[in-house]
Design a protein around this ligand. Structure first.
Ligand SMILES: [Cu+2]
Length: 300
């Protein structure tokens, strides 16, 4: 009797689990995340990869909530259903095989599902390909600024066709086209930095030596100005190592590159295509600080 009852319960539990899983799969396609502020994940990613990472997070949270609700439900159900009713010791169930099987298999299943989807998205984020139409930019980090070299191909042997160099007075603006695949090849002149544009929902360390850290984005889907930062503590002015990613239309990008190839400064080339010549998302910091003008909270 007891064993059959337990087996029935296990079957019901398994049914519930399968139902929760189906629900998660269903919800994965909808945009429930935005209704809950992304469950803490930053919204507004501008690349397909960023959107896939966002979806992975939303799916994981929903799955975790479903499992959590099931566990909490069972706890409360046990507390109420099996509360103390008298002095008689209740039936002591041991070696319940279906139950033991369930609580061994269920966590393994959870780990496998999370691992699978993570591996799929990570592989996609790390993917590089041979698209001949892609834009390749070499990102050079140094204490405490950035240089962006537009390249005519991939790898160390390619040539730089145009360059943008940041200084303490001018924030470097990295101009890139929307709708095209972009390859970033990173290298550092001194210590480890990290290339980070929050709207890409992605950062990757920039290593010194002959190491080139490479990543690609399928496309930038939205024109706009996005602040970029160094995300690896690299010394005194680490927090001031900002740049701006300016995503413009492919047609504007071509004109920008032509102006650069003709020897224009980045600022003049930006002016020539009708864009703000200086960074709009961040500004240079005062590097000649004295005790009297130093205000850690910013401002005057
Ligand atoms: Cu840095």
């Amino acid at each position: 009797m007891i064993a059959r009852g337990a087996r029935g319960r296990v079957a019901r539990l398994a049914g519930l689990g399968a139902g929760a899983l189906a629900l998660v799969t269903l919800l994965g396609g909808c945009d429930v995340g935005s209704a809950f502020g992304g469950f803490g994940w930053p919204e507004g990613g501008v690349t397909p990869q960023a959107n896939r990472m966002y979806d992975l997070w939303i799916g994981s949270v929903i799955a975790a909530l479903a499992v959590g609700a099931l566990v909490w439900g069972l706890i409360f159900w046990c507390v109420v259903r099996y509360r103390k009713r008298g002095e008689q010791l209740p039936v002591q169930t041991r070696y319940n095989m279906p139950m033991e099987f369930l609580y061994t298999i269920a966590p393994i299943l959870v780990v496998c599902v999370l691992f699978y989807y993570t591996a799929v998205v990570q592989t996609n984020v790390d993917e590089t390909n041979n698209d001949p139409n892609k834009v390749t930019v070499e990102v050079v980090g140094f204490k405490w600024n950035w240089q962006f070299n537009y390249r005519d191909g991939a790898g160390e042997d390619a040539n730089t066709v145009a360059s943008t160099l940041g200084s303490s007075d001018v924030i470097p603006v990295l101009v890139l086209p929307t709708g095209r695949r972009i390859r970033f090849e990173e290298t550092s002149k001194d210590v480890i930095h990290s290339f980070w544009v929050p709207e890409l929902l992605f950062k990757r360390d920039v290593f010194p030596g002959n190491i080139r850290n490479v990543f690609e984005v399928e496309s930038i889907d939205q024109e706009g100005a996005y602040v970029g930062r160094c995300a690896e503590l690299c010394g005194t002015y680490h927090s001031m190592m900002n740049f701006e990613l300016r995503a413009v239309s492919p047609e504007k990008y071509e004109r920008f590159m032509q102006a650069k190839r003709d020897g224009a400064t980045t600022q003049d080339a930006l002016r020539a295509i009708g864009e703000e010549p200086l960074a709009t998302t961040t500004e240079p910091f005062d590097t000649k600080r004295t005790v009297s003008n130093f205000n850690p909270s910013g401002g005057e």
